[in-house]
Design a protein. Structure first.
Length: 634
């Protein structure tokens, strides 16, 4: 039996329709699943929907709908979209599925029997939108959710708690023994800092509403939605009902998730597994957020784009290629429709499309069938060497989820293929009957490079790869057929249409139409005038950023250590959704020096940096040229 490989997406919360951001993770996981199948693995690919919790219940009540029927309708939107996107998932789990409910109850009971679940009273702050509990030290004076910045609700109720604190040291030990457990490395470092500060017990049940999975030994409680959701990764592969299937695929090889849910997956989920005695997943990969045309995805901005609209306009392969080529997986990225069009015209139409069309056209014009290589010559070794080098690097990149680098390598080969045509000049060879054998070799070599390109692209550009193989009459695309001179000759080829027609940017109507709502608001809103005396009360100074790190449990806040010449200071700034901490070091910024100190998530902030905001776009203010730290602004 072939080796198993188990890959998952997060299960998507059904509080909103799927958009290009939620499709991104699924497309990545699908590409990995297809690659592993091509490599001969017995691959199981899981995705699904998270349907319990107070947020869904309130949305159903607001719509005056039965909550289960409401959930059924919303979940079906994800099911339908993934089918339309050609997603190759082996299962679609819903947290309302009977088998999942039973698995959660059995999991919870095991933890309770071990003594890791106890009854207590929760009093604190809760974000209904994120379904997340927060302590006083986690939040600032405004009582806003550190993740979504919405107002928090104060909650006081009887809850069951999980002894998460018990697993601080075991998790630290696991992180140290498995340095690649959480990736990218900077996400691992964030989790390590939380562990080093010590974990606290967490609430894992609710009594204020009943839309959830009942706790089997105390039916007035329902399982906390996040606790319920995490168990999908084992429930869907037979936990508690099919030992053979479960043992075949668990532990998961990789959980692909968004960075905002890293703490749940990298700390809470492993602790839960330790509690019931199950092995931990091999890897958790927390990628960054996706913006659209530089702005956060939002219905009000008109950029919460249904992926179907993009696919109808540009084709599924073009959209997938752009997402994996332009966005470095792991980091935050931006979906720019202009850049998508550029990639289609430059990479897909000019580079790949032209290489295939030129090669097949010349074969059709000069040979009845795809010729055999007959006479080696200049530049052949270079094409062979680059093909073999590309294949070798392709495996390394794909195995490590470096999709951008894998595609960049393939495109180097494609571009050299076009250059190889120019260097060997097959149109001149065709004029000389004595050079027919050399022409056959050149065109076979080009076909062989194209076939290798098509196989390597097949996990991502599925339709395009299949079309290339069909044109060349090659009926295989598994990894064993990668390599030099493995193309079947003496077969009939078909030229057909260009793979990707160019887009005329002057006539093209774009899919994404951003609203000007925020800009209009900025233009018409003006604060009251101030006097020169009012302004003089502010002490503005230049500060140099010495160090920057994310605040634990917050995606927005970054703690900065500043050099102000005569002293060092610490401030906390809400710029984490726009800036990576490491990119800030060395910048000379402007701060309000005499602002009264405040505490944000328990960390003292002694000053405030200045930044410009245009809608969702935010940029910190820096000085023009080098100025000594501590210099006053006047």
């Amino acid at each position: 039996m072939s080796k198993a490989f188990y890959v998952t997406t997060p299960i998507y919360y059904i509080n909103s329709d799927p958009h290009v951001g939620s499709a991104y993770t699924t497309i990545v996981a699908d590409s990995v699943a297809r690659y592993k199948r091509m490599m001969g693995y017995d691959t199981f690919f899981l995705t699904g929907t998270d349907e319990h919790g107070q947020h869904v219940l309130r949305a159903a009540q607001k719509a005056k709908r039965d909550v289960k029927e409401f959930a059924d309708e919303l979940a079906e939107r994800f099911v339908k979209l993934w089918k339309e996107l050609g997603i190759s998932n082996d299962a679609f789990v819903r947290t309302t599925d009977d088998y999942h409910v039973k698995a959660v109850q059995g999991f919870f009971q095991k933890m309770y029997d071990k003594g890791d679940i106890y009854l207590g009273k929760y009093e604190g702050w809760y974000c209904v939108n994120c379904e997340t509990f927060w302590t006083e030290k986690d939040i600032g004076e405004g009582k806003l959710c550190p993740t979504c910045l919405r107002p928090l609700e104060h909650v006081e109720e009887e809850n069951y708690f999980f002894r998460l604190s018990k697993y601080t040291e075991p998790l630290l030990d696991h992180f140290k023994k498995h340095p690649d457990f959480v990736e990218p490395a900077f996400r691992r470092n964030e989790m390590m800092k939380i562990l080093e500060s010590g974990l606290e017990d967490i609430s894992v049940s609710r009594t204020s509403f009943d839309w959830g999975i009942p706790i089997p030994f105390d039916l007035k409680h329902v399982v906390y939605v996040w606790f319920d959701a995490l168990i999908n990764y084992v429930s869907a592969i037979g936990y508690g009902r099919d030992d053979e299937m479960f043992n075949r695929y668990w532990p998961a090889d990789v959980h692909f998730i968004g960075k905002e849910i890293n703490r749940f997956h990298s700390l809470i989920w492993p602790a839960m597994l330790m509690s019931v005695g199950l092995p931990l997943p091999k890897k958790i990969f927390a990628h960054g957020w996706l913006t659209v045309n530089g702005e956060k995805i939002s219905k009000s901005k008109g950029n919460a784009v249904d992926p179907r609209a993009l696919i109808n306009a540009y084709g599924i392969d073009a959209v997938k290629y752009y997402l994996l080529r332009d966005i470095q997986f792991g980091n935050d990225g931006d979906f720019s429709e202009d850049n998508l069009i550029t990639r289609i015209n430059a990479d897909l139409a000019n580079d790949l499309g032209n290489l295939v069309h030129r090669t097949l056209s010349m074969i059709s014009q000069n040979f009845e069938f795809l010729p055999k290589p007959m006479e080696d010559g200049k530049y052949d070794d270079k094409l062979k060497g680059l093909t073999e080098k590309t294949i070798k690097e392709y495996f390394e990149y794909m195995d490590n989820f470096k999709f951008t680098q894998a595609l960049e390598g393939i495109w180097k080969l494609i571009r050299f293929g076009n250059k190889y045509i120019d260097l060997t000049e097959p149109w001149l060879l065709a004029r000389d009957v004595s050079k027919k054998n050399r022409l056959a070799t050149v065109l076979y070599n080009l076909s062989d490079a194209i076939r290798n390109v098509a196989i390597m692209l097949s996990p991502i550009l599925i339709k395009t790869s299949a079309e290339i193989m069909e044109k060349m009459n090659q009926d295989f695309n598994d990894v064993g057929n990668l390599g030099w001179h493995k193309t079947i000759s003496n077969v009939k080829i078909m030229v057909g249409d260009q793979l990707f027609p160019r887009i005329d940017v002057k006539k093209w109507k774009k899919v994404i139409k951003m609203t000007e709502e925020k800009k209009v608001e900025v233009q018409v809103t003006q604060k009251p005038q101030v006097t020169i005396e009012d302004f003089a009360r502010l002490d503005l100074r230049v500060a140099k950023i010495l160090s920057a790190e994310r605040v634990l449990k917050s995606e927005k806040l970054i703690k900065l250590e500043l050099d102000l010449g005569s002293e060092k200071r610490q401030i906390v700034a809400g710029i984490g959704k726009v800036y990576m901490p490491e990119s800030l070091i060395g910048k000379e910024i402007i701060i309000i020096f005499n602002l009264k100190a405040v505490k944000l998530m328990g960390i003292e902030s002694n000053g405030m940096l200045l930044a410009a905001k245009d809608g969702e776009k935010l940029r910190i203010l820096t000085v023009d040229g080098q100025v000594e730290p501590g210099a006053k602004i006047s």
